[in-house]
Design a binder for this molecule. Structure first.
Ligand SMILES: Nc1ncnc2c1ncn2[C@@H]1O[C@H](COP(=O)(O)OP(=O)(O)OP(=O)(O)O)[C@@H](O)[C@H]1O
Ligand SMILES: [Mg+2]
Length: 300
């Protein structure tokens, strides 16, 4: 079953389509990375799923049911824009107010549960306004987790976080999916970070889904290259360019794309008077995959 299935979803603002006949499929248990440039329609799509906006047309199904179904709405938690907390109230009180709003029964227990998931069980007494950005983002996730949702929708939750904040967020998101069986839809521009946790990707452009791909499939499709270092990088580059189509200098290495056989490169360079000091096989990551996909689409 799929957690989210969207067909032909459109939403316009003053005649301009922010989401344009969009299709999306998010399998249960996925961490689905939702990627696209500024203004491509990610937040609008997420708001439509959450019922914060009304679509012009199209179909949204959550766990096989229409998204307006009350039974399915209670299974969705979201953090879009900000947590909507009262600054002068404590973390605990903010969670309590939300728990009351949601009609949750064992409130104290539930609050303790979500605080533990976001690693904030010792910070419940702190006023929201005194929390760091990383803590605020985690409180937002805790708010969204109240009531044990099966689907969590997060709009750029790692923006502005430092390395440690990102690591904690990564651990939390993996916990949520693996321990609690929750499906996560997450939009982000920080591709290097997203790549560490996402199991699926959806790439959106001008309101349209241009590609949906699993992380496994992306790994299979990703271009391979050999990174090599020599004493005379300039000379080696010129020599390689005579034989190989795609040679680029990147971060102190020469990259020879679409070759994954290091022996060939070592031998070729040796014959041309260059001794290799370092060589390794590699594959392009999400960032390069995305850039290449976007530039291909531009040419079309
Ligand atoms: N409430 C609104 N009124 C008018 N236009 C809007 C509204 N919300 C979004 N838009 C427009 O819809 C388009 C898509 O915006 P959206 O916020 O969904 O993009 P995004 O992919 O989330 O971008 P970002 O990466 O910057 O967050 C943009 O052109 C935006 O200006
Ligand atoms: Mg956005």
């Amino acid at each position: 079953m799929n957690a989210i299935e969207i067909r032909n979803l459109s939403k316009s603002f003053r005649g301009l389509y922010a989401v344009d006949k969009l299709n999306m499929t998010v399998p249960v248990g996925a961490i689905y990375g939702f990627i696209g440039e500024n203004g491509s329609g990610k937040s609008t799509t997420e708001k439509l799923i959450c019922g914060h906006l009304v679509p012009d047309e199209g179909e949204i199904k959550l766990f096989g049911r229409d998204y307006t179904d009350a039974g399915v709405r209670v299974r969705v938690g979201a953090l879009i824009e900000n947590a909507g907390c009262f600054p002068s109230s404590s973390v605990w009180d903010n969670l309590m107010m939300q728990a009351i709003n949601l009609g949750i029964e064992n409130r104290a227990e539930e609050i303790e549960r979500v605080l533990k998931i976001v690693r904030m069980e010792d910070s419940a007494h702190i006023k929201f306004k005194s929390c760091s950005l990383g803590m605020k983002q985690r409180i937002g996730i805790a708010m969204a987790l109240l009531g044990d949702p099966a689907l969590l929708i997060l709009d750029e939750p790692i923006n502005g976080l430092d390395t440690d904040g990102m690591r904690i967020m990564r651990e939390i998101l993996i916990d949520i999916t693996q321990k609690y069986g929750c499906t996560v839809l997450i939009s982000s521009h920080i591709l290097g970070e997203l790549e560490k946790i996402a199991t699926h990707y959806g790439i959106i452009r001008q309101g349209r889904m241009i590609q949906e791909i699993s992380a496994k499939e992306m790994e299979n499709r990703a271009r391979v290259f050999v990174s090599v270092k020599t004493e005379d990088m300039k000379g080696a580059k010129a020599a390689l360019k005579k034989q190989f189509d795609n040679v680029r200098e990147e971060e102190e290495y020469l990259r020879v794309y679409d070759v994954d056989d290091t022996e060939t490169i070592v031998e070729y360079l040796y014959k041309n008077g260059h001794v290799v000091s370092e060589i390794k096989k590699n594959k392009i990551g999400l960032e390069e995959y995305y850039i290449e996909l976007m530039s291909k689409k531009e040419e079309e």
